[in-house]
Design a protein. Structure first.
Length: 177
């Protein structure tokens, strides 16, 4: 493997076992850029990442993203409450970035509504648009969209499926209807 030009590389790998199944990860020179528990294989995940970063070389190497894998494993085992890792949100719109940054600040075990997140993101009347951003969150778990619920206190939606959202909430001690 040629590491001479790491600025044009996205490193991918996976966490083999977690409460929500295998988790695929991608890290660009700017930070973590994709998390998926929906991909069927590392090859499919690599193709998804390549569509978003067509000019980047995709490198599979779990060793190069081992720090992130350890942080996720620690989160699932309760040893770490947040996954502190540089974020690459360059594929997002300015509004999407502001929503995701606001969501990243929601504390472990806490919840808030889509409307409250819209307010924190500086767009108090954009709760539906916030829901759209949450449905396209490229970094689920790392940016904890599972902590966002409906204004009525119901669980709301989750791209990975409500069973995964419930599992993540249970890990954090969150209970909702």
């Amino acid at each position: 493997m040629n590491n001479s030009n790491k600025t044009n590389q996205v490193h991918i790998g996976f966490l083999e076992e977690s409460p929500i199944g295998k988790i695929y990860l991608a890290v660009s020179p700017h930070g973590i850029c994709r998390v998926s528990s929906e991909s069927q294989s590392i090859t499919q995940f690599a193709e998804e990442v390549e569509e978003i970063y067509p000019s980047m070389e995709i490198i599979f190497n779990n060793d190069l993203i081992s720090e992130l894998i350890t942080k996720l494993d620690d989160y699932f085992s309760g040893r770490q409450h947040n996954i502190d890792f540089p974020l690459d949100l360059n594929s997002m719109t300015p509004f999407g970035k502001s929503v995701l940054i606001a969501c990243s600040k929601v504390g472990y075990g806490e919840t808030l509504s889509y409307g409250e997140l819209a307010l924190r993101a500086g767009s108090p009347r954009a709760s539906r648009a916030v829901g759209t951003v949450m449905s396209k969150n490229p970094l689920p778990i790392v940016i904890p969209c599972h902590r966002v619920i409906s204004a009525s206190g119901k669980i709301g939606g989750y791209t990975g499926g409500l069973h995964k959202k419930r599992l993540l909430m249970t890990i954090e001690g969150i209970t909702v209807d």
